[in-house]
Structure formats: structure tokens, C-alpha cells
Design a binder for this molecule. Structure first.
Ligand SMILES: [Zn+2]
Length: 128
């Protein structure tokens, strides 16, 4: 049985994700320095730099609410079809996320252009 798939091997596609994006605010406690000046040695800011190897001294990490976002462009490296309750569905593996083992992408999260991917994210995020 021949199944038509939307994307071909080697084609560039744009992945969308339902995820929380992170953001960073400058730490107000230390004014973004990561250290607090004292009359002797500066001390590490307790808000943003309180443990050894704190990844973002001077910045406070936050997360936006979950929403659809366009991720990076991917290159289709493998196309597989399987049958499920909706009939035959195409599953894709991409060079950037692993072929053979790695992330399996559903056809409904991949788009041919970034514009199409953005439009779909807006649509899904607005709840339409
Ligand atoms: Zn701080």
C-alpha cells in the first residue's frame, strides 16, 4: 500500500512545540552583578548566585506559560508510515534530532515554511 506523505527526504521542515519558553530578568537584589558589595569582600547574591556553579549569576530565570512555538528548522532524514486509529500516519525523523534513534516527529507538528509554522502556532495559541 502506497501512502502519500507530506514531506520528502532531505526537505527542510519547521517544527512547532508546545512548551514553556524561558526568560531572564536582571536580578534586582544585586543589580545584575551576581555579587553584593560589602565593606570588606563582596558576597555572592543569595537570590541569583547562591550556590557553586549557579548558571545565571545576576539573572533570574522565569518561564512563560506553555504555548506553541516555532522551533529550529529540521531536515527530514527518514519517513515512516504506521497505522493508528486515524488510519495511516507519517512519522518523521530528522538529521538534527536523530535518525534511527532520536525524536519522532508527527506530521501535524511540521511545516514547510516558517510562515506556515508561525500561523499554526498563532492559531493554536488563540484557542481556535
Ligand atoms: Zn542577584
Amino acid at each position: 500500500m502506497k501512502v502519500e506523505t507530506k514531506y520528502d527526504l532531505g526537505q527542510t521542515v519547521h517544527k512547532i512545540w508546545f512548551t514553556q519558553k524561558e526568560y531572564f530578568n536582571k536580578c534586582v537584589t544585586c543589580d545584575g552583578e551576581g555579587w553584593i558589595p560589602t565593606h570588606s569582600e563582596p558576597v555572592k547574591c543569595e537570590k541569583c548566585n547562591s550556590f557553586y556553579g549557579a548558571p545565571y549569576p545576576g539573572r533570574i530565570r522565569g518561564l512563560y506559560p506553555k504555548a506553541w512555538h516555532v522551533d529550529c528548522a529540521l531536515t527530514v532524514g527518514q519517513v515512516k508510515t504506521e497505522s493508528d486509529a486515524d488510519g495511516m500516519v507519517a512519522k518523521y525523523m530528522c538529521s538534527e534530532t536523530g535518525i534511527g534513534s532520536g525524536t519522532v516527529h508527527s506530521e501535524n507538528t511540521l511545516f514547510a515554511t516558517k510562515d506556515e509554522a508561525n500561523t499554526e502556532c498563532d492559531k493554536r495559541n488563540s484557542g481556535v
